[in-house]
Design a binder for this molecule. Structure first.
Ligand SMILES: [Fe+2]
Ligand SMILES: [Fe+2]
Length: 329
């Protein structure tokens, strides 16, 4: 199945216009802290969340609209994270800096753990009759073709090949990873700063979500540094990755959301408008706050370590690791 129109003619021109508009907004943003640029230590935490059959079908505030959005997020992480790992590994033999090598190793370790925990949750969705693993399998093939290299067999990499050409695919592929890592770090900043957004989740689900968020902040600059310092990525390539990554992130989250809403045969469709209405304040806050963190990415001198959010991750681990370790024992 293909949802992507053949609109590659003049695509780079549209990318330029899009980036110009974002640049104006980002220049007015004060979300970067250039005075405290440090690289966080990345710790791989091997944990286990046990969430089998321990909560309701509409586990996020009893609201199916919000629950299925979260189900979609959980579904796009594992294959996405496998792709992030692959795209960094394309360049790992060229990494000379021993510290960056160690950070890449820890980044891979964290992403593997994230994927494992989210995939476990997809099996819980299967038990609810929502076909979580079925959606994930389709998405992995459609988005990434499950290939070791960017493959024209995937819808998106087929499009990318048309836009940038075959020889640049891996570097732009890594630019997509760097952009999506900035998205995950920006969402992380929002949900760690505004705990009311995840209020009403079962405790294990909330802890899993925030644990993942905090680790995204810890490794937020790894893919970016490999793209810029090792792959020699240029600013315009980073912007192509940003536009491309933004489009496909929204596209697959939207499709996953739709998949779960349609698959949910026990949902009372009459009450859906009310559920949508109740979700608006939370989504507005999530989107508005995340956009403020995302936008500085279009500035030419942007670096992820300039984002002043490290303390949020440290505070989360200080307060929550005793609970998470007890669950993992
Ligand atoms: Fe992750
Ligand atoms: Fe990540």
């Amino acid at each position: 199945m293909s949802y992507v129109p053949d609109c590659t003619k003049g695509a780079l021109g549209y990318v330029g216009i899009f980036v110009d508009v974002l640049f104006i907004f980002a220049s007015n943003s004060v979300m970067v802290n250039t005075s405290s640029s440090t690289t966080q230590k990345i710790t791989v935490r091997r944990i286990q969340f046990g969430h089998e059959n321990t909560f309701e079908r509409h586990w996020f505030r009893g609201n199916p609209f919000m629950t299925h959005f979260m189900n979609s997020l959980h579904s796009v992480f594992p294959a996405g994270e496998r792709y992030f790992i692959r795209s960094v590994k394309w360049f790992d033999k060229q990494i000379q800096d021993p510290e960056l090598k160690e950070r890449v190793k820890a980044f891979i370790g964290q992403e593997v753990q994230h994927g494992m925990q989210h995939e476990k949750f997809l099996k819980t969705l299967d038990e609810m009759g929502l076909d979580g693993t079925g959606f994930e399998d389709w998405y992995a093939k459609n988005a990434y073709a499950n290939d070791e290299t960017p493959s024209h067999e995937s819808v998106w990499f087929g499009l990318l090949e048309k836009v940038v050409g075959k020889e640049k695919q891996q570097r732009i592929g890594l630019a997509i990873t760097a952009a999506l890592e900035h998205y995950t770090a920006s969402i992380a900043e929002t949900v760690l700063k505004h705990r009311d957004i995840s209020a009403g989740m079962p405790q294990d689900m909330q802890q899993m979500f925030l644990w993942h968020a905090a680790e995204e902040i810890e490794h937020k600059s790894v893919a970016f540094d490999v793209f810029k310092d090792v792959a020699g990525g240029a600013y315009h390539e980073r912007m192509i990755g940003f536009v491309f990554g933004s489009a496909y992130l929204l596209y697959y989250i939207g499709l996953g959301w739709g998949h779960y809403l349609l698959a949910d045969k026990e949902m009372n469709k009459v009450s859906l408008p009310q559920a949508i209405g109740e979700s608006i304040p939370t989504y507005f806050k999530l989107v508005a706050e995340t956009a403020k963190s995302v936008l500085p990415y279009v500035l030419p001198d942007f670096h992820p370590d300039d984002s002043d959010n490290d303390q949020l991750a440290k505070e989360f681990f200080a307060e929550s690791m005793p609970y998470i370790e007890a669950k993992s024992a």
